[in-house]
Write a protein that binds this ligand. Structure first.
Ligand code: PEP
Length: 265
């Protein structure tokens, strides 16, 4: 079973100096509990593409910290190379030290038109290239209002994993992110999250994930912050978080880690 994880999706925020400043600040804040963090969690941030390499370099420059913070990409193009202006392929992501890739975020699906079949192709490439996929799934508000969230999320999972080679999955994160909770300050409750975790685990078993889902962690995402992290993390089956807004500030991001480690209580 992979360790629980805290992942920060920076979206289209930050720049070179604030990104490097984040890394310094983050390590300062976790100094003292770094051993516990190393033992208990994987921590990954997903900056804009041009910031990936400077952040990797700045993490590696501090030998004491180099295994404490990984860097991921917010997207990937499924093809190896070619005429795809504006896109970034896995070969390039590998060359700059990316470990994980977010796929199917609701903002990609909505603003960039990432269709179910494109999500499926991106997932396949990510797994074949041995990145850890962080696949986002979750229903919009109107679907939950109609009580159709289970069939909606199940359909997202089924199309995303259609014909994907599951035996090569070494670690995968599925992030349950109800769209109505992203950036709204309204996190989902235990009553809403717990059945979804059961549904996702059930899917993993039925779909034939290796070891019945032993390599799968299920993250929750949607308005997680230092105040609600401890309660959300105590929900059975929540293996960590994908955090947007609160991941931009090193202090609030590390405070979420504190809460997960039981240090913030
Ligand atoms: C996200 O964008 O994945 C997210 C969970 O955002 P926020 O934490 O800001 O709701």
């Amino acid at each position: 079973m992979p360790k629980p994880a805290l992942m920060g999706n920076w979206k289209m925020n930050s720049d070179l100096s604030s990104a490097v400043g984040f890394v310094e600040e983050f390590f300062k804040h976790i100094s003292g509990i770094e051993g516990k963090i190393r033992e208990l969690f994987d921590v990954v941030i997903f900056p804009q593409f041009p910031l990936i390499k400077p952040i990797v370099d700045s993490v590696e420059a501090g030998a004491r910290w180099s295994d404490l913070l990984r860097v991921g990409a917010q997207d990937i193009q499924p093809e190896d190379r070619g005429a795809f202006t504006g896109a970034v392929n896995g070969i390039c992501l590998k060359s700059v030290g990316v470990s994980s890739v977010i796929i199917g975020h609701s903002e990609r699906r909505w603003f960039f038109g990432d269709s179910d079949s494109l999500v499926n192709a991106k997932l396949s490439t990510t797994i074949n290239m041995n990145f850890e996929p962080v696949l986002c799934i979750g229903e919009p508000g109107e679907i939950r209002d109609k009580g159709e969230q289970d069939s909606f999320v199940l359909a997202q999972l089924e199309t995303a994993f259609d014909s994907v080679k599951l035996d090569s999955i070494s670690a995968i994160s599925l992030a349950y992110e109800p769209v109505w909770s992203i950036g709204t300050g309204r996190n989902a409750t235990e009553a809403e999250i717990a059945p979804m975790i059961e549904l996702i685990r059930g899917f993993a078993t039925k779909a034939g994930f290796p070891g019945g889902g032993a390599n799968l962690r299920i993250l929750y995402g949607g308005s997680v912050n230092p105040q609600n992290a401890s309660e959300l993390y105590s929900i059975d089956g929540v293996d960590g978080f994908l955090v947007g807004g609160a991941s931009l500030d090193a202090l609030s991001f590390s405070a979420i880690l504190d809460a997960m480690a039981g240090e913030g209580e």
